[in-house]
Design a protein around this ligand. Structure first.
Ligand SMILES: [Zn+2]
Length: 298
């Protein structure tokens, strides 16, 4: 029975002790207050690493040896190095895996450490929750940006949120600056730039009432996600796609399935499925731990 710790980094650090793919004890949150939003952004890397190590020590109940520690980071991660982290810019270039191993030693804990992309952590957590650890699952996380996660881990870049879904020259709302990207259509920040006078919630409300500009946008939103999903099916094969994240409520599943069906016509590729699921910090923490266990060969 593997004993591991899962950590997710976003506006908060969530940490949990995971035994046999289930959380044991409570999830710890740092900072504890809801309104300390932004506190992590201002922390220098060394302080952030020390904080994470203290959280790991606090949940692991005096263990001096763990089978795996997994840390999910919002950004591009390769071989334990954070190559890009737009929401925690101090981490860019950090050799986070080495820093964590040394930081844990200072807390008296020996453990193999895996650094993973947060959307991959969500994918692993959903795979564990839905009993699908033996199959390939992909997940779109709809938040400020659009995350793409997959389980099991496979080497690659997998920046699925930046899949090109339109050739329109005017589609320049993606946070990365690239033209025609999925996140430039569906990202919350991109929607606010496109509709300067309306919140995304109001856009989807107005689409229900038939307001032309909003109806057209709702179609674009669903075609974009269908296009990115279809591209993934054409490249990596059919399988399970989960949709999740704080803005998943904007998705009209029948509309999305209809567009995807129009884009995937080869019969061997039609055995994909798309499902909306709700995930939580618990799912992400379990996913980080499960991914790290796999990487450590548990
Ligand atoms: Zn982009």
């Amino acid at each position: 029975m593997a004993k591991s710790v899962g950590v997710t980094l976003s506006e908060h650090v969530f940490t949990g002790f995971v035994v046999d793919h289930a959380l044991v004890g409570d999830l710890r949150r740092f900072p504890e207050g809801e309104d300390d939003y932004g506190a992590l952004v201002e922390m220098p890397t060394e302080e952030l690493v020390r904080t994470i190590c203290e959280q790991v020590a606090a949940v692991s109940r005096g263990s001096t040896k763990l089978d795996a520690v997994g840390i999910a980071v919002p950004g591009l991660v390769k071989n334990g190095v954070v190559e890009e982290a737009p929401n925690l810019p101090q981490l860019k270039g950090a050799r986070l895996c080495d820093l964590m191993i040394n930081g844990l030693k200072a807390q008296g804990i020996e453990a193999p450490v895996t650094i993973l992309n947060d959307a991959d952590g969500v994918a692993a957590g959903l795979a564990a929750k839905h009993g699908k650890l033996d199959s390939i699952i992909r997940v779109w996380t709809l938040g400020l940006g659009i995350g793409f996660g997959r389980y099991p881990f496979a080497p690659g870049v997998w920046e699925g949120g930046h899949t090109v879904v339109t050739l329109d020259d005017k589609e320049t709302y993606c946070g990365c600056g690239g033209r025609g990207h999925l996140e430039g259509v569906m990202g919350h920040r991109a929607m606010r730039l496109r509709f300067l006078d309306m919140e995304p919630e109001e856009v989807f409300e107005a689409a229900k009432k038939g307001e032309h500009r909003c109806v057209e946008f709702k179609k674009l939103y669903h075609k974009a996600l269908a296009a990115a999903t279809a591209s993934s099916v054409h490249m990596a094969g059919p399988g399970k796609f989960f949709l999740t994240g704080p803005y998943v409520g904007f998705v009209d599943l029948p509309m999305l399935k209809d567009y995807t069906q129009q884009m995937v016509k080869m019969s061997p590729l039609q055995s994909y499925s798309i499902e909306i699921v709700h995930e939580s910090p618990e799912t992400r923490v379990i996913g980080s731990a499960v991914s790290a266990e796999r990487a450590a060969g548990c």
